[in-house]
Design a protein. Structure first.
Length: 370
């Protein structure tokens, strides 16, 4: 800790382990006194200004104010829990981080959570790595603690582990997951005084095993810290609102649940730079109307075929797959959700590989204007 001042005050005492089976740290909670917190937020803002490759590494704690429970906290929830995580909405902290992305300050978001709240706050899919699985990505089911991470996401994580000069670990207990490297590596580089490396910031009321590595350690409510950060950076405080899917009005040849993807070939791969489907001979259609068949193009279930069954209240697509049970080998239906932001990314050509294509593939075909 390089910010002087009084130590944090313990606001909740617990003898229980925050994450049993991982780092054996108790679940007690702490908060910085006001003058120390203010000085830390000033330093937080200075670090962001100085950074060239600022990334965020977020855990469950950033979403608890949205009504999603976490593993580590032992206090009673401050807000009512959502009946289903799909109904949760972005927190103030999510919204501020998205503003930092739009300003060009935040370069990458490594997300341990599965909830899609960064995207609901307006983060494009191309800017996030949902390393532990996602509720809104049909190719990336939630990864169990003993499971394997998706290859391309692991490679992306390793890339940013080396590229970042400043990592904010927010709402995560960092109890020994592989992804913790995005924080520990840059922090160790900073401890070695490597040129241009600023290190790591932790925002969490609970202690972590990496507190001694942090350039800046903040004990406080996450939304409160980001409220103060807005003041220090002199940016307008965003107002969290319920998610509403974007429109695609400026894109040609789009009908309800039918999308023309000018930037992709019929295998779902993005065309080489400089090529797109401005010619009607180079247009791939993705049909997500009810009853359409789709095939997964990546992940542990690559090649599996599913059927579109409809949309949820927010307009995300529901797709039913049949999964074979390990116990008895019987097939059972599993419904997965494809977030609308994947459609936006596909229409804009933001991703290298589509999550799905139609089966049988409609291929690249001539499509007349509607």
């Amino acid at each position: 800790e390089i910010v002087p001042g009084a130590p944090p005050t313990r606001t909740f005492n617990s003898n229980r382990v925050a994450r049993p089976g991982y780092a054996e740290i108790d679940a007690s909670e702490y908060e910085d006194v006001p003058d120390v917190l203010r000085s830390k937020v000033v330093m937080f803002a200075d670090l962001i200004r100085a950074s060239s490759n600022f990334i965020v590494y977020s855990g469950a704690g950033i979403s608890t104010s949205s009504g999603i429970s976490d593993y580590a906290s032992k206090t009673a929830p401050k807000v009512p829990l959502t009946k289903t995580g799909f109904s949760a909405q972005a927190s103030f902290a999510h919204c501020v981080l998205v503003e930092l992305y739009k300003m060009g300050k935040l370069k990458r978001w490594i997300q341990q959570n599965h909830d899609g709240l960064p995207q609901k706050a307006g983060l494009p899919q191309k800017a996030i790595n949902e390393i532990h699985g996602a509720w809104y990505d049909v190719t990336n089911p939630v990864v169990k603690f003993s499971g394997n991470l998706k290859d391309e996401l692991f490679a992306d994580m390793e890339d940013w582990e080396e590229r970042t000069d400043l990592c904010l670990a927010v709402g995560t207990s960092m109890s020994g997951m592989s992804a913790d490297c995005v924080f520990t590596t840059v922090s160790e580089k900073a401890a070695e005084n490597q040129d241009g490396v600023l290190g790591g910031i932790i925002i969490n009321k609970q202690k972590t095993q990496y507190d001694n590595l942090a350039t800046l350690r903040i004990f406080a409510d996450i939304n409160k810290v980001f409220d103060m950060l807005c003041e220090e950076l002199e940016i307008a405080k965003p107002t969290p609102v319920d998610y509403q899917k974007g429109t695609l009005e400026n894109q040609p040849h789009i009908a309800e649940d039918r999308f023309i993807l000018r930037h992709y070939d019929n295998n779902g791969r993005r065309l080489a730079e400089g090529k797109d489907g401005t010619s009607v001979d180079l247009q791939t259609e993705l049909d997500l109307s009810v009853g359409s068949k789709v095939k997964l193009l990546s992940g542990s279930r690559e090649g599996r075929v599913g059927e579109v069954t409809g949309k949820n209240r927010e307009g995300h697509y529901k797709i039913r797959f049949w999964v074979k049970l390990k116990k008895d080998g019987k097939q059972r239906p599993v419904e997965r959700t494809l977030g609308w932001w994947w459609i936006e990314a596909a229409v804009n050509g933001d991703i290298d590989l589509l999550p799905i294509i139609n089966v049988p593939s409609r291929g690249r075909k001539k499509v007349g204007k509607d």
